[in-house]
Design a protein around this ligand. Sequence first.
Ligand SMILES: NC(=O)c1ccc[n+]([C@@H]2O[C@H](COP(=O)([O-])OP(=O)(O)OC[C@H]3O[C@@H](n4cnc5c(N)ncnc54)[C@H](O)[C@@H]3O)[C@@H](O)[C@H]2O)c1
Length: 437
Amino acid sequence: MNYKSLLKSKKFKIAVWGTGYIGLSTMVYFAKKKIKCIGYDINKEKIKKINSGTLPLEDLRKWFGFDIRGLVKQNYLKATSNYKNLITKEFLVHFIAIPTEKNGKPYYKPLMSVLNNISKIKQENKTPPIVIVESTLAPKVSDKKIIPFLKKKKMTIGKNILLSVAPRRDWFIEGGKNLENLDRVYGSTDKKSTKVTKDVLSIVCKKLHVASSYKVSEMVKSVENAYRHMDITLANQLSLAFPKDNIREVLKLVGTKWNVEAFHPGIGAGGYCIPLSSRYILSQVKNAKKLSLLRETVKTDDGMSKLIANSIAKRGLKKIGVLGLSYKGDLKVSVLSKVIPLIKFLIKKKIKVKLYDPYFSNKEIYDAARVKTFSFPKDLPNFDGLILSVDHKQFKIRKKILEKYLKNCKLIIDHDGAWKKYNLKNNYYLSGDRGWI
Ligand SMILES: NC(=O)c1ccc[n+]([C@@H]2O[C@H](COP(=O)([O-])OP(=O)(O)OC[C@H]3O[C@@H](n4cnc5c(N)ncnc54)[C@H](O)[C@@H]3O)[C@@H](O)[C@H]2O)c1
């Protein structure tokens, strides 16, 4: 019997390690297909919320487009903080969706801890469990860490444990860009793992692309994002090289060419995937002369926040309000958000900074950026400059109301164009406009 039928028989279940954006969405999509899923997480608050039928990630409500309560009630979706509940024979599939980054660097402690838990499963050859790694891995991590670890635990890959690397590409802002619809690449260690992965993923994913090996699928994720990292950074380099030209407009029109995407200059790349991709690749390349394009990309990208802070200081501004901690609009993700170093550099220049983001509590804002928050729009008159780093829908208030609060504002830098249509008088720049930096 194939794994798809075994899962559909309801005698077997899926275990998901890590119930964040990636893990939770895996659980939800499989649960929707009437497959029983149990997630494990070290965050007890998340476990509680999931089991009570509440989405722990509020910002995903729109993305999913439905409530998870029904799935929880029907027993398709559950979470636990006891890993032992997931290492029984009834779990045929183990998706790994834990973080693989800490402080902007590749970090594998959670991955090794999860593998250690999985290695405690009682081994059997008839229907061995499959481990599908969804977390982003740097090239070679499977060969250097995962496979040696499993071997050390006396597991025989392809016999009593199966293994695949199947990275994710979801875009949690656009409902359609999800597990079901997006092209998904996977690669495995052996024929049996390849077949079983196809069985399992095809329950949800409509477009699967098999790689000849896990080494390839592992590399695909970092390389595809490194391309974006370079593209975004080229936009910034152009803006720095031609400060008197409107590079934003140039690039918008460049993007009308059929094979070119439109990028725009800004504070730099944020989030889990893009800024890390080049680092993941470079972490495996010892020769400092290789991949100079990616080395320059990291350097320029990391340098943007300091350059912007210096240019704001040069204008003589003293109080800056930053709108948006998330790295992207209408999403609650502050991982590697470029406003964090920007705020640090502004403070170094003796500028007073406060930060507001409707998706984060005062404490979350302070913990992430070490500054206080403010009320929006009420406190806007306290600032002589504003940086609008993302286009959260809450920022798009009526022009007439907004203008009332901008009387003292001498500079606005708008990253995503949230206020573009307002024709504001206050020295308003889209990032990349002539003279924005
Ligand atoms: N969010 C995205 O857009 C995205 C896209 C593609 C790939 N990824 C990758 O997927 C992975 C997970 O990302 P995410 O966005 O879901 O992260 P997340 O922070 O939203 O979720 C990770 C979860 O793992 C839990 N966790 C941490 N250590 C654990 C452990 N030892 N055991 C069990 N649970 C543990 C955390 O408490 C958290 O709930 C990362 O490798 C990331 O790079 C993320």
